[in-house]
Design a binder for this molecule. Structure first.
Ligand code: PMP
Length: 365
């Protein structure tokens, strides 16, 4: 009997059933060690193998060049990276550029202002964060050290489908990929830094992954706390202090699972199919359901929509929950409905949601 339900939460989010079951099987006595992974030394041979394999599998998945990029397993969530990025990449007087396409990009921008001269290159606020700008129109500072984007805005459901190039050739592109990490192939060589909290696509909360171009490491501002200094973590292979061992272990299981599925091109195909079914249902509802996001930049991961009869939204969310589809409420800052359909959301979950949407509409003419 399958008693798991379809969890459309934005994060922490649904994980592959096979990963949960494998972790359950290994929980009590990890591979004959006589203890669980949570109880063992982060410097012992078992965990050493876990973190090394997680890193090498992630490198395979994203084709991360070994010589040029460090992969770091960090703590403090993506929110901590909002500060770590400017602290590591620029001096207090340096200019940096932010493209703000939603609430998360805005938080990153505001945090950066504490540590350097952060400019707003573009903001989608006046369009209620439903767009991605054309890259020609971006106001970039000629001396900027980096250009920061949020690759997928979790709350507003807008996703970059390709990436801008910093106009200053010495600047690098930095991306918060928290909510679309490992959802599709990415050309890592286009980026100086990619960071992502794990708790949407690749694991539980507690670990944040940063992929950092090695030549950018080692220039942190003197006030940078050790826990935010990329060099400290790169030099100690993410074992400067006690890492979030269990979270890293689960990420490793997820990476294995994604490789078994055939890698990120296959994963992207599935995600495109799932998102297509859901957006088609919204657009084909004759206005009963409305997605405000410009079509070409709609997220494959987070699908926000409203009901034209907004007084029915509460009922929609409650009835869906009764049918085993939970966490469909939009973020408290925007309301409405949001279906997060990360890698691990099965096609069956999306099909069930779409069938429910049609039925709900038929019952509320
Ligand atoms: N960036 C994005 C795109 C997010 O979706 C989130 C979390 N929802 C964050 C940053 C903040 O992540 P954390 O809670 O791990 O600090």
């Amino acid at each position: 009997a399958n008693d798991r339900i379809f969890n459309f939460a934005a994060g922490p989010a649904t994980l592959p059933e096979s990963v949960i079951l494998k972790a359950q099987g290994e929980l009590y006595n990890y591979r004959g060690s006589g203890m669980s992974i949570m109880e063992m030394s982060h410097r012992g041979k078992e965990f050493d193998a876990v973190i090394k394999k997680a890193e090498s599998d992630l490198r395979r998945l994203l084709a991360i060049p070994d010589d040029d990029y460090a992969v770091l397993f960090l703590q403090g969530g993506a929110t901590t990276q909002f500060a770590a990025v400017p602290l590591n990449l620029c001096a207090p007087g340096d200019a940096v550029d932010y493209v703000v396409t939603g609430s998360w990009g805005d938080k990153a921008f505001k945090e950066a202002q504490k540590f350097c001269k952060a400019n707003l290159s573009w903001s989608g606020k006046s369009d209620k964060y439903t767009k991605i700008p054309s890259f020609e129109g971006l106001e970039q500072n000629p001396n900027a050290k980096y250009l920061h984007i949020c690759a997928n805005e979790t709350i507003h459901g807008v996703e970059f489908k390709n990436y801008p190039t910093p106009s200053n050739k010495d600047a690098v592109l930095v991306a918060d990929m928290s909510s679309n990490f490992c959802s599709k192939p990415v050309d890592v060589s286009k980026f100086g830094v990619i960071y992502a909290g794990a708790q949407k696509n690749v694991g539980p909360s507690g670990v944040t992954i940063a992929i950092v171009r090695k030549d950018l490491i080692g220039n942190a501002q003197p006030i940078t706390p050790v826990m935010l200094d990329y060099k400290i973590h790169a030099d100690s292979a993410s074992l400067y202090n006690t890492p979030p061992c269990f979270a890293i272990y689960i990420c490793g299981l997820v990476f294995e699972d994604l490789l078994e599925q055939g890698g990120l091109l296959e994963v992207e195909k599935n995600n495109t199919k799932k998102a297509g079914i859901l957006y088609d249902a919204i657009d084909g509802s004759g206005g009963f359901y409305v997605c405000p996001v410009e079509k070409s930049v709609r997220s494959l991961m987070n699908v926000p929509f409203t009901l034209q009869k907004s007084d029915l939204e509460k009922k929609f969310i409650e009835e869906a929950a009764k049918e085993g589809m939970v966490q469909l409420k939009g973020h408290r800052s925007v309301g409405g409905v949001r279906a997060s359909i990360y890698n691990a959301m099965p096609l069956a979950g999306v099909e069930k949601l779409v069938a429910f949407m049609k039925d709900f509409q038929a019952r509320h003419p």
